[in-house]
Design a binder for this molecule. Sequence first.
Ligand SMILES: *[C@@H]1O[C@H](CO)[C@@H](O)[C@H](O)[C@H]1NC(C)=O
Ligand SMILES: *[C@@H]1O[C@H](CO)[C@@H](O)[C@H](O)[C@H]1NC(C)=O
Ligand SMILES: *[C@@H]1O[C@H](CO)[C@@H](O)[C@H](O)[C@H]1NC(C)=O
Length: 165
Amino acid sequence: MQKWYQYCLVALSALTVAHASAGSTSTSDDFAAACYSEPLPLLPVSPDNRTIPWGIPSIVTGNTTCCSSLDEVRAGIDAVDAQLLSLLSQRAAFVREATRFKATHDVVDVPSRDQQVNDGAVADAPAVNLPQTIARAVFSAIINASVPFELCIVCLSSLLCFYRC
Ligand SMILES: *[C@@H]1O[C@H](CO)[C@@H](O)[C@H](O)[C@H]1NC(C)=O
Ligand SMILES: *[C@@H]1O[C@H](CO)[C@@H](O)[C@H](O)[C@H]1NC(C)=O
Ligand SMILES: *[C@@H]1O[C@H](CO)[C@@H](O)[C@H](O)[C@H]1NC(C)=O
């Protein structure tokens, strides 16, 4: 009972925040605004069983809007994922290049730089309408995956390295 009461209070304040921040943007009155910044509001699970599609299409490009079906949504996601793969490949190429400027295995990972990249992504996310929770998780994962990759490159370039790649 107590817990439910707290959920409702949080839900109410989240809606107020959503309304307030949506009001401050000149482009749209987005009911989902509170989901784009951290921390995410703690909301109770909705018991709704809605008639779909509900709401209005939220992707507007020029004079077209998306989407009118889940297939169209998935095609859009697949197209973006193809671009993400290409961008991650370019990023990995720079990560590999970085090893050329590191004299020893021990200086491959620079935690302060990792932190700076993560924090920068989270701070810049709102400017490109990227949910901060996604920016944080994705950049954290990219960095966590890049460190072993970088260590592997360094290892293979030196017979003196005992790190298991
Ligand atoms: C939601 O409503 C539809 C249509 O009335 C029904 O077929 C479906 O079983 C419902 N789903 C749940 C989880 O209640
Ligand atoms: C909408 O965009 C398409 C493609 O850019 C263009 O051909 C069409 O004239 C536009 N329609 C309106 C009403 O602006
Ligand atoms: C990345 O590694 C850090 C430090 O070990 C950890 O706190 C964080 O949860 C990891 N992130 C992901 C997305 O796995």
